[in-house]
Design a protein around this ligand. Sequence first.
Ligand code: TYM
Length: 331
Amino acid sequence: MTRVFSGIKPTGHLTLGNYLGAVRQWAEVAQHRTDALFCVVDMHALTVDHDPARVRRLSRQAATLLLASGLDPELCTVFVQSQVDEHARLSYVLECVATDGEARRMIQYKEKAARERERGGSVRLSLLTYPVLMAADILAYGTDEVPVGDDQTQHVELARDLAVRFNQRYGQAFVVPRATHPKVGARVMNLQEPTSKMGKTDDAGPGIVYLLDEPDVVRKKIMRAVTDSGREVVYDRVARPGLANLLDILAACEGGNPEDLSGVYESYGALKKDTAEAVVELLRPVQQRHKELCADPAYVEEVLRLGAAKAREMARPRVDAAYRAIGLLAG
Ligand code: TYM
């Protein structure tokens, strides 16, 4: 059976981008058809300036939202990265396979490091090694497929390169994974800045729809989305990015095609109104279930405890084998 692994980083509240680009596919497709693991990758949240209490809170919230989005612990394994030591163990081994140049070429590293330096802050070493830990997350489980949004493609490519290199040098230990993306919604853009990704770590702003935003807040954000000058509704991601983003979001909500939808609308206002309602309806059941799960934190804790135990068992033999293969006296 195909093995799937994917993760989400608790650096902020989950957004519509996370949902349409990743989580919805996990819940609607992956958990039913594959042997899947989904992880709140809390160690990745320490790579930038962080508040420990906030990371703990956001990790619990992310896990609760994954369950609220429909991940079913009877069908897949849901867990928190720091509760399974194999990720950090394997990450070190992969650091001995990756090169410094490879890590420095990662676009997200370059962008985040530049932003941090502009602010006069220092860049944590873990920001540079982050994609290697991500490769460890993936490779520890013999993962075939990694369902992610577009922005993670380069990181999954690195995981592939490291798997191939390790296997060639030290003997077959890892499956070579590949990234998969949803047809529509793989890159949801910021509503106020439609040439930038809708990212959860950005400052809370009117351009980001959070999964837990109240319906009226969602409506307001979408109705105020920046659109382009021009009047007809056409789908052109380069020339009309604001409009294309709304068409993408609506198409992703309805399971349609953004190009087909463009012919249906005569005004931006009508498109915004339908998009807002579609997002409100999409989020309604997730928010309802989230509320129920918040009333039962012991259930969520138990799901995570059992998930971590299962994940540990799955990862351990492969990580031990990699330790032995690379020359360590692993038990
Ligand atoms: P993270 O936490 O930034 O995002 C989680 C998932 O959501 C997708 N995503 C988006 N998709 C479409 N439009 C957007 N605006 C948008 N924003 C985020 C991401 O592509 C991702 O699939 N490095 C990863 C976490 C990670 C991971 C892993 C993923 C760590 N280890 C192993 C897969 C496998 C990250 O920062 O995702």
